[in-house]
Ligand binder design. Structure first.
Ligand code: IPE
Ligand code: IPE
Ligand code: MG
Length: 254
């Protein structure tokens, strides 16, 4: 699907007015979430960290449904960063197998519910079997347009910018043609509008290499709630905060 950011945003706002669920506010078109705090959630319960990652995956299912109810059109989730390879090997292996199982278990349902899956990140470094599953999930859901789910997996904002620069150079694009619009088309998010709201759970207030380019004018929202406990009501609160913000994009208030 080729997304025309400006046109889609306009039509979405009017659609939202009809589709919102008890929300008198402006809903973000593109919501991004740094799903953080799985490990601490588990540790506080005396469970292994991987139990927290599994609980986090369960929660994703609930939040996906809530996003559809609220009329959000694009959800980007940060699932595994380029820096997360530095964690102990059993945790990395566990995270890889959780994604594999999620694809196996949820793909048919996601497809049936009109979710289009995209991957943000480098495929290199991921096992060939998981790469194949990711490619299959993307192909199988390519025709859907109810909600775009961008899965940032083996994703780093700096790696993304470097990958774009390398491709631009390799394709011999002349320097004077490189502007913001062209550059955006070389990012993993090519064709998609920037996130309106970036939520981080677990109390950390940092960006951890997430959407460095695309987040330039996103609104940020941090909550102390760990990701497995971040429910629909918490999401509603985040959206309410977002709708009270005044986005000025460097200009003065209208
Ligand atoms: C976020 O939870 C998920 C990933 C980074 C894969 P964490 O695993 O970072 O949980 P905490 O921050 O250690 O609690
Ligand atoms: C960011 O969380 C990455 C994901 C949520 C996938 P981290 O837990 O890895 O980030 P830091 O280490 O707190 O910055
Ligand atoms: Mg963390």
């Amino acid at each position: 699907m080729v997304v025309s950011p400006v046109r889609d945003r306009v039509s979405l706002n009017s659609r939202n007015a009809k589709r919102r669920e008890g929300l008198p506010w402006q809903v973000p078109y593109h919501l991004a979430i740094i799903m953080d705090g799985n490990g601490r959630w588990a540790q506080e319960r005396g469970l292994p960290r991987l139990a927290g990652h599994r609980a986090g995956t369960e929660n994703l299912r609930r939040i996906l449904r809530a996003c559809v109810d609220f009329g959000i059109k694009i959800l980007t989730i940060y699932a595994f960063s380029t820096e997360n390879w530095g964690r102990p090997e059993p945790e990395v292996r566990g995270l890889m197998s959780i994604l594999e199982r999620v694809i196996d278990r949820e793909l048919a349902d996601l497809d049936r519910n009109g979710v289009r899956i995209r991957h943000l990140g480098r495929l290199e470094g991921i096992s060939p079997r998981l790469q194949q599953k990711i490619r299959y999930a993307i192909e199988k859901t390519a025709h859907n347009d109810r909600l775009i789910l961008n899965v940032a997996f083996n994703y780093g904002g700096r790696a993304e910018i470097l990958d774009a620069v390398r491709r631009i150079i390799r394709e011999g694009i002349p320097a004077e043609r490189v502007d913001e619009a062209l550059f955006s088309r070389y990012l993993y998010t090519a064709g998609l509008p920037d996130p309106d709201l970036i939520v981080r759970t677990s109390g950390e207030v940092r960006i951890s290499n997430f959407l460095l380019w695309q987040g330039a004018y996103a609104e940020y929202y941090a909550t102390p709630t760990y990701w497995p406990d971040f429910d629909k009501e918490e999401l509603r609160k985040a959206i309410e905060h977002y709708s009270r913000r005044e986005r000025r994009f460097g200009r003065l208030r209208q």
